[in-house]
Design a protein around this ligand. Structure first.
Ligand SMILES: [Zn+2]
Length: 253
């Protein structure tokens, strides 16, 4: 068995990039140096404690899905604001935030809600997860119309992180939606995604779960999920085509 590798000192080999803006961007909020606060790794291996919460939280003033209240770590919220101002100055405005900071206790209640939901019947997600043959043999043929607790949990794990294992508890990441795309792969066909792919790193954000890196991040491709790491690290990660795990020398494989 391979020994777990210690996180390495991040390297800085990227060329000096020039950032040109159309709006009045406050550069200071994008620069964090390599502050560990913004390089915090939270995934299925590096699990956050139930008492972890961001040092300071701010309520977003930008567009949110259905006008709901979304909170983020304060500097992350400021950097997001700067990024969205620039995006709008570039003529892209169809984008809203649907999720930011989620507390541990919220994740616990969400998890319980999903477990109860899946155990109360056989959902489309259950069919997708187990396949029709499994459902027929183990449930419908036996006259059962609801999943067992064990199977319900397996289905929930396929679409929702266990409490402590969601990056949203850090307050450093957001999920975006547009008027045409929710939290599905279709998000990659939006104008906003094209803009983010080219520009997010300039504002300190990275695409957290890229396509083809599932074995490294532990998550399937999520074109809508962006993570703030600060301008320096984001630029490095962008130019070197890395994930946060690889950047920190903490791959899960
Ligand atoms: Zn997310």
């Amino acid at each position: 068995m391979e020994q777990p590798t210690l996180p390495q000192e991040p390297q800085h080999e990227y060329e000096t990039a020039v950032y040109v803006y159309q709006s009045n961007v406050d550069e200071d909020v994008l620069l964090t140096g390599l502050d560990q606060t913004y390089l915090l790794l939270a995934n299925k291996i590096y699990i956050l404690g139930s008492d972890y919460e961001p040092a300071s939280l701010s309520t977003l003033t930008c567009a949110t899905n259905g006008g709901k209240t979304v909170e983020l770590e304060t500097r992350t919220a400021q950097a997001l604001y700067e990024m969205l101002q620039e995006m709008e100055a570039d003529g892209v405005s169809d984008l809203a935030v649907t999720s930011g900071y989620r507390s541990y206790s919220y994740q616990v209640s969400l998890n319980n809600y999903y477990l109860n939901l899946e155990a109360s019947g056989i959902s489309a997600d259950a069919y997708r997860h187990f396949g029709a043959a499994y459902i027929k043999t183990n449930y419908t043929d036996k006259g059962l119309s609801a999943l067992s607790a064990k199977d319900a949990e397996a289905v929930v794990r396929s679409y929702s992180a266990e409490p402590g294992k969601s990056e949203h508890q850090t307050g450093l990441c957001i999920d975006f939606v547009t008027s045409t795309a929710g939290l599905t792969e279709a998000f990659e066909n939006t104008e906003a995604f094209a803009w983010l792919s080219e520009n997010a790193y300039k504002f300190g954000f990275i695409l957290r779960y890229p396509k083809g890196k599932e074995g490294v991040t532990g998550y399937t491709y999520e074109p809508w999920h962006y993570r703030f790491v600060g301008r320096e690290a984001a630029t490095d990660i962008y130019y070197r085509g890395l994930t946060l795990e690889e950047y920190l020398g903490a791959s899960q494989t």
